[in-house]
Design a protein. Sequence first.
Length: 275
Amino acid sequence: MATYAIGDIQGCGDELKRLLEVCRFDPVQDKLWLVGDLVNRGPDSLGVLRLVKSLGDAAVTVLGNHDISLLALAEGLGRSHPGDTMGNVLNAPDREDLLTWLRAQKLFHAENGYVLVHAGLLPQWSVAQAMALVAEVEAALHGPDYRELFAHLYGNQPVQWDDSLSGYDRLRVIINACTRLRVCTPSGAMEFKFKGELQNVPAGYLPWFDAPHRASTDTTVVCGHWSALGLMLRKDIIALDTGCLWGGMLTAIRLEDRQLFQVPCLTQPVAKDWK
């Protein structure tokens, strides 16, 4: 049995199929860990969702910001952007089955010394605390009043975690950290406009994984979201968004021995804007 973690797919269905062939992935005995952003901007979000859903328990998926945007749009509560390519999902005959399945996915998964999350963790969060906080969001996301969560989802405030936060402010910070975080101050105040390369991080900020005294350094965090960062392999972090959508690679890593597998973009790449 092997566990293959795969970076942001974003509707690159042909590349995903090819990568699974290259890995010799066997859904009977192997596991897939997907860092989220299954959909949007690429040409085949519908095919990607159908494929991953068909894998059942062989695939562990956490939600990315584009996945959550799809769910919100489906409820008439989201914000569409130029370049979005989620219409094939929204107009599909199996739309409701796919969206129900997607909404049932996690924001965070921890197993065997690894954590799977789309974007990152705030520096003051231990893995145990993050797991408890994410459970609050998942209860709202999977519950009968999930539309209320989408209605209060969007916004950058508050930018920093505080244990006293409550209501939708509390849930919004947790979601933003798990699905949108790239850089923060040493104390954990998030900044959401920056999407560029490491050498251009704004003054006063640093990559979330380099925050001093980060409480989750005892666990290897597997993440994506930051295509301008690219592949990063350290003891405490495996970053896998290698920009397939923009003409880069779709990357998998076998967690047991850290062997890499990659396939190039097979379709017309999207104009790069680091989103």
